[in-house]
Design a binder for this molecule. Structure first.
Ligand code: FAD
Length: 288
Protein backbone atom coordinates (compact mmCIF):
# COMPACT_ATOMS: atom_id res chain seq x y z
CA UNK A 1 0.00 0.00 0.00
CA UNK A 2 1.26 3.48 -0.84
CA UNK A 3 2.38 5.42 2.22
CA UNK A 4 0.56 8.69 2.77
CA UNK A 5 2.60 11.88 2.45
CA UNK A 6 3.33 14.30 5.28
CA UNK A 7 5.01 17.64 4.71
CA UNK A 8 6.90 19.15 7.62
CA UNK A 9 7.41 22.86 6.98
CA UNK A 10 10.47 23.92 9.01
CA UNK A 11 13.17 21.70 10.50
CA UNK A 12 13.96 23.50 13.75
CA UNK A 13 13.63 22.05 17.25
CA UNK A 14 9.98 21.04 16.75
CA UNK A 15 9.90 20.00 13.07
CA UNK A 16 13.01 17.85 13.24
CA UNK A 17 11.62 15.87 16.18
CA UNK A 18 8.32 15.30 14.39
CA UNK A 19 10.38 14.10 11.44
CA UNK A 20 12.30 11.49 13.47
CA UNK A 21 9.03 10.21 14.86
CA UNK A 22 7.40 9.84 11.43
CA UNK A 23 10.13 9.13 8.88
CA UNK A 24 9.91 5.32 8.98
CA UNK A 25 6.11 5.23 8.75
CA UNK A 26 5.17 7.77 6.09
CA UNK A 27 6.53 9.45 3.03
CA UNK A 28 7.83 12.52 4.86
CA UNK A 29 8.96 15.66 3.04
CA UNK A 30 10.98 17.87 5.37
CA UNK A 31 11.45 21.40 4.03
CA UNK A 32 13.70 24.07 5.45
CA UNK A 33 15.38 27.15 4.02
CA UNK A 34 18.79 25.68 4.80
CA UNK A 35 20.11 22.15 5.35
CA UNK A 36 20.87 22.55 9.02
CA UNK A 37 19.17 22.74 12.37
CA UNK A 38 19.84 25.96 14.32
CA UNK A 39 20.86 25.11 17.87
CA UNK A 40 20.62 28.35 19.84
CA UNK A 41 22.75 28.72 22.91
CA UNK A 42 24.09 31.56 25.02
CA UNK A 43 27.34 31.68 23.04
CA UNK A 44 25.72 31.91 19.66
CA UNK A 45 24.01 29.72 17.14
CA UNK A 46 25.40 26.34 16.20
CA UNK A 47 24.48 24.79 12.86
CA UNK A 48 23.64 21.09 13.08
CA UNK A 49 23.56 19.66 9.56
CA UNK A 50 20.85 17.09 8.82
CA UNK A 51 20.56 14.84 5.77
CA UNK A 52 17.23 14.55 3.94
CA UNK A 53 16.19 18.17 4.37
CA UNK A 54 14.83 19.68 1.18
CA UNK A 55 16.78 22.90 1.15
CA UNK A 56 14.05 25.14 -0.26
CA UNK A 57 12.37 28.39 0.67
CA UNK A 58 8.65 28.06 1.36
CA UNK A 59 6.87 30.83 -0.52
CA UNK A 60 3.24 29.92 -0.05
CA UNK A 61 1.13 27.47 1.97
CA UNK A 62 -2.46 26.74 0.96
CA UNK A 63 -3.90 25.18 4.09
CA UNK A 64 -7.24 24.10 2.61
CA UNK A 65 -5.61 22.28 -0.34
CA UNK A 66 -2.63 20.92 1.67
CA UNK A 67 -0.33 22.52 -0.85
CA UNK A 68 3.14 23.98 -0.23
CA UNK A 69 4.92 26.05 -2.86
CA UNK A 70 8.66 26.59 -2.54
CA UNK A 71 11.18 28.42 -4.70
CA UNK A 72 11.83 25.07 -6.45
CA UNK A 73 8.75 22.82 -6.18
CA UNK A 74 5.04 22.54 -5.72
CA UNK A 75 4.06 19.84 -3.19
CA UNK A 76 0.76 18.27 -2.16
CA UNK A 77 0.32 16.08 0.89
CA UNK A 78 -2.21 14.19 3.02
CA UNK A 79 -1.12 15.92 6.23
CA UNK A 80 0.83 19.04 6.95
CA UNK A 81 2.92 19.97 10.00
CA UNK A 82 3.71 23.67 10.34
CA UNK A 83 6.88 24.25 12.34
CA UNK A 84 8.30 27.48 10.94
CA UNK A 85 9.17 29.00 14.34
CA UNK A 86 9.07 32.70 15.10
CA UNK A 87 11.35 35.40 13.79
CA UNK A 88 14.17 35.71 16.34
CA UNK A 89 16.54 37.85 14.24
CA UNK A 90 15.72 40.94 16.32
CA UNK A 91 16.64 39.04 19.51
CA UNK A 92 19.86 37.66 18.10
CA UNK A 93 20.92 41.09 16.80
CA UNK A 94 20.05 42.68 20.14
CA UNK A 95 22.18 40.17 22.05
CA UNK A 96 25.12 40.55 19.65
CA UNK A 97 24.91 44.32 19.94
CA UNK A 98 25.00 44.20 23.74
CA UNK A 99 28.52 42.74 23.57
CA UNK A 100 29.74 46.24 22.67
CA UNK A 101 28.51 47.66 25.98
CA UNK A 102 29.16 47.33 29.68
CA UNK A 103 27.39 48.36 32.90
CA UNK A 104 23.88 48.38 31.42
CA UNK A 105 20.70 47.08 33.02
CA UNK A 106 18.72 44.72 30.80
CA UNK A 107 15.14 43.47 30.87
CA UNK A 108 12.88 41.59 28.44
CA UNK A 109 9.97 43.05 26.52
CA UNK A 110 8.19 39.75 27.18
CA UNK A 111 8.83 38.36 30.68
CA UNK A 112 8.58 34.80 29.30
CA UNK A 113 11.85 35.43 27.42
CA UNK A 114 13.75 36.18 30.63
CA UNK A 115 15.38 32.74 30.52
CA UNK A 116 17.23 33.83 27.34
CA UNK A 117 18.21 37.17 28.89
CA UNK A 118 19.50 35.65 32.16
CA UNK A 119 21.61 33.10 30.26
CA UNK A 120 23.06 35.91 28.22
CA UNK A 121 23.87 38.18 31.16
CA UNK A 122 25.65 35.21 32.79
CA UNK A 123 27.58 34.66 29.56
CA UNK A 124 28.60 38.34 29.33
CA UNK A 125 29.70 38.21 32.97
CA UNK A 126 32.00 35.30 32.13
CA UNK A 127 33.57 37.54 29.47
CA UNK A 128 34.35 40.22 32.03
CA UNK A 129 31.30 42.40 31.34
CA UNK A 130 29.18 43.75 34.12
CA UNK A 131 25.48 43.77 33.26
CA UNK A 132 22.57 44.19 35.68
CA UNK A 133 19.26 42.38 35.51
CA UNK A 134 15.83 43.92 35.77
CA UNK A 135 12.97 41.45 35.90
CA UNK A 136 11.01 39.16 38.19
CA UNK A 137 13.32 36.11 38.12
CA UNK A 138 10.83 33.97 36.14
CA UNK A 139 8.20 34.19 38.87
CA UNK A 140 5.64 32.56 36.52
CA UNK A 141 7.52 29.29 37.16
CA UNK A 142 6.86 29.44 40.92
CA UNK A 143 8.19 31.15 44.03
CA UNK A 144 10.81 28.50 44.90
CA UNK A 145 12.27 28.73 41.42
CA UNK A 146 12.44 32.52 41.33
CA UNK A 147 14.08 32.56 44.81
CA UNK A 148 16.68 30.07 43.59
CA UNK A 149 17.33 32.08 40.41
CA UNK A 150 17.85 35.20 42.53
CA UNK A 151 20.25 33.20 44.69
CA UNK A 152 22.11 31.79 41.66
CA UNK A 153 22.52 35.23 40.10
CA UNK A 154 23.83 36.66 43.37
CA UNK A 155 26.29 33.77 43.63
CA UNK A 156 27.37 34.58 40.07
CA UNK A 157 27.91 38.27 40.88
CA UNK A 158 24.93 39.62 38.94
CA UNK A 159 23.03 42.41 40.61
CA UNK A 160 19.40 43.44 40.27
CA UNK A 161 18.38 47.01 39.34
CA UNK A 162 14.85 48.36 39.14
CA UNK A 163 15.17 50.52 36.04
CA UNK A 164 16.17 48.96 32.75
CA UNK A 165 18.32 50.67 30.07
CA UNK A 166 17.51 48.26 27.26
CA UNK A 167 14.97 45.53 26.47
CA UNK A 168 15.40 42.17 24.76
CA UNK A 169 12.69 42.40 22.06
CA UNK A 170 10.17 39.59 21.82
CA UNK A 171 10.16 37.30 18.80
CA UNK A 172 7.83 38.19 15.96
CA UNK A 173 5.31 35.97 14.16
CA UNK A 174 6.89 34.31 11.17
CA UNK A 175 5.39 33.56 7.77
CA UNK A 176 1.65 33.74 8.63
CA UNK A 177 1.80 37.24 10.14
CA UNK A 178 0.36 35.98 13.43
CA UNK A 179 0.79 33.08 15.83
CA UNK A 180 -1.52 30.14 15.12
CA UNK A 181 -4.32 28.94 17.39
CA UNK A 182 -4.25 25.17 17.93
CA UNK A 183 -6.25 22.70 20.01
CA UNK A 184 -4.80 20.45 22.75
CA UNK A 185 -3.49 18.05 20.06
CA UNK A 186 -1.77 20.85 18.12
CA UNK A 187 -4.35 20.64 15.34
CA UNK A 188 -4.72 23.94 13.54
CA UNK A 189 -7.14 22.87 10.80
CA UNK A 190 -8.25 19.48 9.49
CA UNK A 191 -5.07 17.46 8.71
CA UNK A 192 -2.90 20.45 9.60
CA UNK A 193 -0.80 20.57 12.78
CA UNK A 194 1.16 23.53 14.13
CA UNK A 195 3.94 23.13 16.70
CA UNK A 196 6.76 25.09 18.34
CA UNK A 197 7.24 28.85 18.46
CA UNK A 198 4.74 29.30 15.65
CA UNK A 199 1.74 28.68 17.91
CA UNK A 200 -0.13 31.14 20.12
CA UNK A 201 1.39 30.52 23.53
CA UNK A 202 3.11 32.68 26.13
CA UNK A 203 5.93 30.21 26.50
CA UNK A 204 8.27 29.80 23.56
CA UNK A 205 11.02 27.37 24.43
CA UNK A 206 13.13 24.91 22.43
CA UNK A 207 12.72 22.09 24.95
CA UNK A 208 8.95 22.43 24.79
CA UNK A 209 8.97 22.70 20.99
CA UNK A 210 10.86 19.40 20.73
CA UNK A 211 8.29 17.70 22.97
CA UNK A 212 5.49 19.11 20.80
CA UNK A 213 7.20 17.69 17.70
CA UNK A 214 7.45 14.24 19.29
CA UNK A 215 3.86 14.47 20.49
CA UNK A 216 2.45 15.49 17.09
CA UNK A 217 4.38 12.63 15.46
CA UNK A 218 3.04 10.09 17.93
CA UNK A 219 -0.48 11.47 17.61
CA UNK A 220 -0.38 11.07 13.82
CA UNK A 221 0.77 7.46 14.35
CA UNK A 222 -2.38 6.97 16.49
CA UNK A 223 -0.31 6.82 19.64
CA UNK A 224 -1.99 9.56 21.66
CA UNK A 225 0.10 9.73 24.81
CA UNK A 226 -1.48 13.00 26.00
CA UNK A 227 0.68 16.12 25.96
CA UNK A 228 2.34 16.82 29.27
CA UNK A 229 3.86 20.32 29.06
CA UNK A 230 6.85 21.22 31.20
CA UNK A 231 9.25 24.18 31.26
CA UNK A 232 12.85 22.98 31.47
CA UNK A 233 15.97 25.06 31.18
CA UNK A 234 19.46 25.43 32.65
CA UNK A 235 21.71 28.34 33.50
CA UNK A 236 25.46 28.21 33.84
CA UNK A 237 27.78 30.78 35.38
CA UNK A 238 30.83 29.45 33.49
CA UNK A 239 32.67 28.99 36.78
CA UNK A 240 31.64 25.41 37.28
CA UNK A 241 28.19 26.06 38.67
CA UNK A 242 24.88 25.49 36.92
CA UNK A 243 21.24 25.60 37.76
CA UNK A 244 18.52 23.34 36.44
CA UNK A 245 14.87 24.38 36.48
CA UNK A 246 11.73 22.39 35.83
CA UNK A 247 8.22 23.71 36.30
CA UNK A 248 4.65 22.89 35.35
CA UNK A 249 3.23 25.97 37.09
CA UNK A 250 2.25 27.77 33.84
CA UNK A 251 -0.06 24.82 33.11
CA UNK A 252 -1.84 24.91 36.50
CA UNK A 253 0.19 22.10 38.02
CA UNK A 254 2.12 22.86 41.22
CA UNK A 255 5.27 20.90 40.26
CA UNK A 256 8.45 22.99 40.48
CA UNK A 257 12.08 22.01 40.83
CA UNK A 258 15.24 24.11 41.02
CA UNK A 259 18.68 22.88 41.86
CA UNK A 260 22.14 24.46 41.78
CA UNK A 261 25.08 22.11 41.40
CA UNK A 262 28.38 21.35 39.66
CA UNK A 263 26.86 18.26 38.07
CA UNK A 264 24.34 20.25 35.96
CA UNK A 265 27.24 22.25 34.55
CA UNK A 266 28.60 19.10 32.93
CA UNK A 267 25.17 18.33 31.52
CA UNK A 268 24.60 21.86 30.16
CA UNK A 269 28.06 21.86 28.54
CA UNK A 270 27.43 18.52 26.84
CA UNK A 271 23.89 19.16 25.65
CA UNK A 272 25.12 20.91 22.48
CA UNK A 273 27.40 17.93 21.73
CA UNK A 274 24.51 15.54 22.37
CA UNK A 275 22.24 17.29 19.88
CA UNK A 276 25.04 17.50 17.34
CA UNK A 277 25.60 13.74 17.46
CA UNK A 278 21.86 13.01 17.50
CA UNK A 279 21.21 15.51 14.65
CA UNK A 280 18.64 17.34 16.75
CA UNK A 281 16.78 14.26 17.96
CA UNK A 282 15.65 14.72 21.54
CA UNK A 283 15.48 10.99 22.32
CA UNK A 284 15.87 9.79 25.91
CA UNK A 285 16.71 13.32 27.19
CA UNK A 286 12.98 13.93 27.35
CA UNK A 287 12.76 11.67 30.43
CA UNK A 288 15.21 13.83 32.48
C1 FAD B 1 19.65 33.33 21.83
C2 FAD B 1 18.63 32.26 22.09
C3 FAD B 1 18.87 31.36 23.11
C4 FAD B 1 17.93 30.34 23.37
N1 FAD B 1 18.18 29.46 24.38
C5 FAD B 1 17.33 28.43 24.59
C6 FAD B 1 17.60 27.46 25.60
O1 FAD B 1 18.64 27.51 26.28
N2 FAD B 1 16.70 26.48 25.80
C7 FAD B 1 15.56 26.38 25.07
O2 FAD B 1 14.79 25.44 25.28
N3 FAD B 1 15.25 27.30 24.10
C8 FAD B 1 16.10 28.31 23.85
N4 FAD B 1 15.81 29.24 22.87
C9 FAD B 1 14.50 29.18 22.18
C10 FAD B 1 14.51 28.13 21.07
O3 FAD B 1 15.57 28.36 20.20
C11 FAD B 1 13.19 28.16 20.30
O4 FAD B 1 12.12 28.05 21.21
C12 FAD B 1 13.14 27.03 19.28
O5 FAD B 1 14.08 27.25 18.27
C13 FAD B 1 11.74 26.90 18.66
O6 FAD B 1 11.73 25.80 17.80
P1 FAD B 1 10.81 25.80 16.49
O7 FAD B 1 10.98 24.47 15.87
O8 FAD B 1 9.46 26.29 16.80
O9 FAD B 1 11.44 26.95 15.57
P2 FAD B 1 12.89 27.09 14.95
O10 FAD B 1 13.87 26.29 15.72
O11 FAD B 1 13.13 28.55 14.80
O12 FAD B 1 12.73 26.41 13.51
C14 FAD B 1 11.99 26.99 12.46
C15 FAD B 1 12.65 26.57 11.15
O13 FAD B 1 11.85 27.01 10.05
C16 FAD B 1 12.70 27.52 9.04
N5 FAD B 1 11.94 28.46 8.20
C17 FAD B 1 11.35 29.61 8.57
N6 FAD B 1 10.75 30.19 7.52
C18 FAD B 1 10.95 29.38 6.45
C19 FAD B 1 10.57 29.42 5.07
N7 FAD B 1 9.84 30.42 4.56
N8 FAD B 1 10.96 28.40 4.28
C20 FAD B 1 11.68 27.37 4.76
N9 FAD B 1 12.06 27.27 6.04
C21 FAD B 1 11.71 28.27 6.89
C22 FAD B 1 13.84 28.19 9.82
O14 FAD B 1 15.03 28.31 9.05
C23 FAD B 1 14.03 27.20 10.97
O15 FAD B 1 14.98 26.20 10.68
C24 FAD B 1 16.72 30.27 22.58
C25 FAD B 1 16.50 31.19 21.56
C26 FAD B 1 17.44 32.19 21.31
C27 FAD B 1 17.19 33.16 20.20
Amino acid sequence: MKKSTIIIAGSGYSGINAYYELKNHYNVILINNNNYFNYYSKNGTEKIYVKNIKNEIIKDIDISHLNVKTDKNNYYCDRLILSLGCDRDNQINFLKNMEKYDNLTLSSENKYDDYILIQYILYLKSRGKNFYYSGDFLSFLGENISDEIRNFMELSGIKYKGKSDNELPECKPNFFGDFLDVNENFIYKKNVFAIGDLIKSDIKLGELSMRQGIYAGKYIKNNNIGFNPIFITSFTNYHGLSMRIKSKMPWNNSYQYANISHYHNLMTKNLGKYYKIRKGKMGFIRYF
